[in-house]
Design a protein around this ligand. Sequence first.
Ligand SMILES: *Cc1c(COP(=O)(O)O)cnc(C)c1O
Length: 399
Amino acid sequence: MTVHTGRHFLQIPGPTNVPDRVLRAMDMPTLDHRGPEFAELGFAVLASIQRVFRTKQPVIIYPSSGTGAWEAAMVNVLAPGDKVLMCETGQFAVLWRGIAEKFKLDVDFIPTDWRHGADLAAMEQRLTADKQHKIKAVCVVHNETSTGCVTPPLEVRKLLDRVKHPALLMVDTISGLGSLEYEHDAWGIDVSVAGSQKGLMLPPGLGFNAVSEKALAVARANPAMRSYWDWQEVINFNKAGTFPYTPATNLLMGLREAVRMLEEEGLDNVFARHRRHSAATRAAIKVWGLETQCLDPNAHSPALTGVRVPEGHDADNFRKVVLENFDMSLGTGLNKVKGKLFRIGHIGHFNDLMLMGTLSGVEMGLDLAKVPHRSGGVLAAMEVLKGRDVVPMSKAAVA
Ligand SMILES: *Cc1c(COP(=O)(O)O)cnc(C)c1O
């Protein structure tokens, strides 16, 4: 048995590190979810999560993984046979499409090379051609966690408005919420999908749907089968601060504390911190002479960075060397990029020295695994962090 001392470095882009304050907040006796004490917690978390989504609209909180929240988004507003437009930004888009297909939706899936955000030009062309408005929803992944490429949801909203298409805009911001700018109301998003274990710094187990008036109206008229995921049922109970079934009470205690932490730091500062860490990471990668998975300088994710290993080298072997030698977990390459890249998560509960530890582990691991690179990446990252420069929002990150 290998004995590890000190803290494990969990540098995967979700689940992310949970702050001690959040752990303490959850370390409580379970409580009566029909009692007066619970309603206070219920009202508090419903209000606080609205502030994070930047919405006045209902946010439905499910005891579920992000996948559950994906499914909820679809079953409430879509019925078998409905046409949806999606874009293959990476593995998470592929998985969301998989759900759509199981529900017999008619998916138009626009391919990309997994190294850019969504192909907005191709989407515009499909929407323009759809004169009869057969497309009922456009679904995009905001922060594609499998590649580290961002698609700006506001640009998709503008595109729908430009071509005057009434399709619902559904956005997976599971790894975006709490780490990248997000504006459910101001950006005209109809359904936002999120989860607890990424930027929200919680353990896995909560899924979220923020829903517009328009989406609620479509859901009311939608006869498709659903029960557990039914928005209206949850919204009705939420009026009394409660839920139609036993909620994940202790995770909700954690959520209340996590949002307090985000608000103490200030959401804008949280987003700036993620951009800064992303910039420092890229400075290191540049010196190492490696390539980022994302090829669009405007689309680099503030939350994680996908790093390609040179041809003939195995990213998973490199990850294994790092885990064995330095007790650090890095994200694996998913599906068609398996073995070709590793992912550095710089998301959630994180600071400069945690990033330095992470990048040092990567640089030493590159040496030990004999992955060709130049040394000095860590020093370049230090320069970025020492400067405490405010890294400007890229167009993609804001919009
Ligand atoms: C993590 C993630 C998911 C899946 O969430 P689960 O909780 O694993 O079901 C979906 N989309 C994105 C963008 C994610 O990062």
